[in-house]
Design a protein around this ligand. Structure first.
Ligand code: ATP
Ligand code: MG
Length: 264
């Protein structure tokens, strides 16, 4: 199963991706956490590991990739039925039972757009065969660019992270209709939900689409402020893992998954 974590900048996508990955690993899954954010460098810090070689650099860097692998050539990037174990080992960092893969980052002024990273993300997700005991969790870049690049179309489930801000509520609506268009199931996680804002947050998201409510947690915030590994486990993430386990056991009935239809 392939899951993409989506949401507004700073809403908590990387934090929640880490928590989900660790929790799934604790439930016995072999978890590949994919850092598909071309800008931020936070995921290896959250996991407490050094960054592995970026997959883009393994392909010779962005300029080389752009020249050789864009367009129809990208079909040949990975063989059909690629397994997690087939990925270049230098591109994998191991944090406990979680494997981290970083697609690539923007490094320098004037290097051009990040579309090659989108192509690489989409290609690897399209070709990766995920076994019964495996889960791929993708930490996306902020906003909806990954929908535009059709990365979500290669995933089975979108989890939208919603923080207490009006922009986040608006984005959630957009994500829901875009997930529908991608043929992908979506649920939402309300994050940084203090009691005083929870009613407001809930009023913007369909009740049956909220799978977890994560309170504001000062230990989580302080680990981030100090640049430390994320130490905290949050039990509020458990329903997300339960949903993922359920979904692994039954194929989604895509016709009945959505509360927002395109155009609404
Ligand atoms: N439940 C929480 N309680 C307190 N702080 C949180 C919580 N979730 C996330 N944060 C804090 O919010 C900030 C942003 O979190 P994070 O980096 O996970 O967001 P993001 O959506 O991945 O951001 P970006 O869009 O920049 O990649 C960090 O300081 C993090 O510690
Ligand atoms: Mg992030």
């Amino acid at each position: 199963m392939k899951i993409i974590i989506s949401g507004k900048g700073g809403s908590g996508k990387s934090t929640i991706s880490t928590l989900i990955a660790r929790s799934l690993a604790a439930h016995g899954f072999n978890v590949l956490l994919v850092d598909a954010d071309e800008s931020n460098f936070g995921l290896q810090r959250l996991l407490g590991v050094d960054a592995p070689v970026h997959l883009m650099d393994d392909f010779g860097g962005k300029a080389h990739f752009k020249k050789n692998w864009m367009g129809t050539a990208s079909e040949g990037l990975f063989k059909d039925h690629t397994r997690i174990s087939d990925l270049p080992q230098t591109c994998i960092a191991q944090s406990g039972d979680v494997k981290l893969l970083i697609i690539g980052k923007v490094h320098s002024h004037g290097e051009g757009c990040a579309c090659p990273m989108g192509v690489l993300s989409k290609s690897i997700l399209a070709k990766l065969d995920v076994m019964e005991n495996e889960v791929v969790v993708v930490d996306a870049e902020a906003g909806v660019e990954h929908f535009g690049r059709r990365v979500d179309g290669e995933c089975d489930l979108v989890l939208g992270v919603v923080d207490p801000s009006f922009e986040s509520f608006m984005l959630a609506k957009k994500m829901e209709s875009m997930a529908y268009a991608a043929g992908c199931e979506i649920f939402f996680i309300l994050n940084k939900a203090t009691p005083d804002v929870l009613t407001d947050m809930k009023s913007h998201i369909p009740a049956d689409k909220i799978i977890a409510v994560i309170p504001h947690n000062n230990a989580v915030f302080m680990d981030s402020l100090k640049g430390n590994r994320l130490e905290k486990d949050l039990p509020e993430i458990d329903p997300v893992c339960k949903l993922i386990k359920d979904r692994k056991n039954r194929p989604a009935n895509r016709a009945n998954l959505f509360s927002v239809k395109p155009g609404k």
